[in-house]
Design a binder for this molecule. Structure first.
Ligand code: FES
Length: 131
């Protein structure tokens, strides 16, 4: 009978340690996500030409518009990182000649991956590219 309180104390201590270490483990293994919404660029929707692009050279991205709506592409070439230029028909890289269609898909290499598509949100009459 004398052992019972000590056993209970040991059980509670063990349980507390397990819960604490389990909590730390979950926190360590859970990827950090930020709820902060970061606006990379914004523009008035009316300023983005239909079937055209609005370029943000410092941010190296293009805000584009077609019949389906707005979208944004990173202008960082997926080959070695040069800045892609936007023409009327496609996007082309001046460094090694990769070409991409207006959706960012590879037309000719050496790049073998599409341009990164950025998230776009409409806020009133503004279009925002968020990261
Ligand atoms: S960096 Fe664009 S094709 Fe090489």
């Amino acid at each position: 009978m004398e052992k019972l309180p000590q056993s209970r104390r040991k059980f509670i201590t063990t349980l507390t340690l397990l819960l604490a270490s389990g909590g730390l483990l979950v926190r360590y293994l859970t990827p950090r996500t930020s709820d902060k919404r970061r606006v990379l660029v914004s523009a008035a929707a009316a300023d983005v030409p239909q079937n055209g692009a609005l370029l943000f050279r410092n941010e190296r991205l293009a805000l584009m518009r077609d019949d389906t709506g707005f979208y944004a592409l990173s202008l960082i070439c997926t080959h070695l990182g040069c800045t892609v230029t936007v023409t009327e028909d496609d996007l082309s890289c001046p460094c090694h000649g990769s070409r991409f269609d207006r959706q960012g898909k590879v037309l000719t290499g050496p790049a073998d991956r599409a341009l990164v598509r950025m998230k776009v949100e409409l806020r009133g009459d503004m279009v925002e590219v968020v990261g």
